[in-house]
Write a protein that binds this ligand. Structure first.
Ligand SMILES: Nc1ncnc2c1ncn2[C@@H]1O[C@H](COP(=O)(O)OP(=O)(O)O)[C@@H](O)[C@H]1O
Ligand SMILES: [Mg+2]
Length: 367
């Protein structure tokens, strides 16, 4: 996503036509709005057209408008989306669904900066910045003859590909917390809603075919149903139901690790452990961790690799957390803790001292 944000910033510096590619729900419209907001067209109209959702026979009139009496049923003059967006941005969603005959008109509008209103005698100048979005592979559409090649090259000057949520699982805890905060306010709860580590583990294990939109809705539902001050994994029954054996497994070992972000999904899919998806490097897969460092504290075994500001956490913080967890996990059996951590006993004692950890009460932080 850093790459997406960087490209979006650059795109905002000019009027270059942008195509946002990505699965449904990854945030294409959000980025399109962000580009407009960061450009000198901020505050000007941002007009959305869902090219896939309007009937074929109306697409042209919706995009370019029509004069009164232009066709049967055109009782009034209608201003098209292009005119509505004049001076601002026109967001053409699901551009791959645009009928071929309308593609010709769109090409003309893009090439000449003017539109032909249905039924009008003269073309009109418009000043519109175009951002298109697609969840299809447009090149495939071109090859299949469903999308005009000339239009493709006109629109696709500056492509930005947005990764699916399952390819950037480290974003899930941040997004989930942001949604929980937002919905807690919207639902007028009198307390903030934390998200338990078990819930974060569950949300991170899931693959989110509906991407951020699906996550947003899942958190919304959980907030509405929740009764305590914390969302639990049991508040996401639909998600758990899609992870076979989730609740059957009493002590899930789930480690959230960012190193797999770019690993192939197939590789991630292979990491099934006791019926659960483990997103982790092998080195840490068996080292369950509680979460700290500005994240809600709890006893569940999840490591979150980024802090609340989105940066990678300090190695020392993670190490301290792991040691505290190991002490609890092995009930203070120092030799076992040292052995499992792969360090000598004297090193362990030194680290306890450095981090101010009381081996008899590892959860307590030093004064
Ligand atoms: N980075 C993000 N932070 C918060 N909410 C997001 C983010 N990205 C997407 N969303 C939300 O997810 C939903 C889907 O985003 P949207 O831009 O409509 O996706 P798309 O156009 O790719 O289908 C929207 O409700 C949007 O507000
Ligand atoms: Mg959309």
């Amino acid at each position: 996503m850093m790459r997406v944000i960087d490209l979006a910033h650059r795109a905002a510096q000019s009027n270059i036509p942008v195509v946002l590619e990505g699965e449904s729900g990854v945030g294409k419209e959000l980025v399109a709005r962000a580009i407009q907001a960061a450009s000198d067209r901020a505050g000007k109209p941002f007009v959305t057209v869902n090219c896939g959702a309007i009937p074929h026979n109306l697409v042209e009139s919706i995009l370019f408008g029509h004069e009164k009496g232009a066709f049967t049923g055109a009782a009034e003059r209608h201003v098209g989306k292009f005119m509505e967006a004049d001076g601002g941005t026109l967001f053409l969603d699901e551009i791959g669904d645009l009928p071929l005959e309308v593609q010709v008109k769109l090409l003309r509008a893009v090439q000449q900066g003017e539109i032909e209103t249905v039924g009008a005698r003269v073309a009109q100048k418009v000043n519109v910045r175009l951002i298109s979005a697609t969840n299809k592979d447009l090149i495939e559409e071109v090859k299949a003859g469903r999308f005009r090649e000339d239009l493709y090259y006109r629109l696709n000057v500056f492509p930005i590909t947005m990764p699916a949520l399952r390819r950037r699982k480290e974003d899930i805890p941040h997004l989930a917390r942001a949604f929980a905060d937002r919905f807690a306010i919207e639902q007028k709860l009198d307390h903030p809603l934390a998200i338990s580590n078990s819930a974060l583990a569950l949300l991170t294990a899931y693959d989110w075919p509906g991407n951020i939109r699906q996550l947003e809705n899942a958190v919304f539902r959980a907030v509405v149903l929740s009764e305590g001050s914390e969302l639990l994994d049991t508040d996401f029954p639909q998600i758990a139901a899609q992870l076979p054996g989730y609740f059957a497994n009493e002590h899930p070992t789930l480690v959230v690790d960012n190193s797999q972000t770019h690993a192939s999904e197939a590789a991630a899919g292979e990491r099934m452990e006791r019926g659960m998806r483990v997103v982790s490097s092998d080195a840490t897969a068996t080292s369950p961790l509680p979460v700290g460092d500005g994240l809600s504290t709890g006893s569940d075994n999840v490591i979150v690799s980024t802090n609340t500001s989105g940066d990678v956490r300090k190695l020392a913080d993670v190490e301290e957390e792991l040691i505290r967890f190991a002490l609890k996990f092995y009930r203070g059996q120092m030799s076992q803790v040292a052995r499992k951590l792969g360090i000598g006993r004297s090193t362990l004692y030194r680290k306890l001292k450095d981090y101010g950890i009381d081996p008899d009460d590892p959860q307590k932080s030093a004064a």
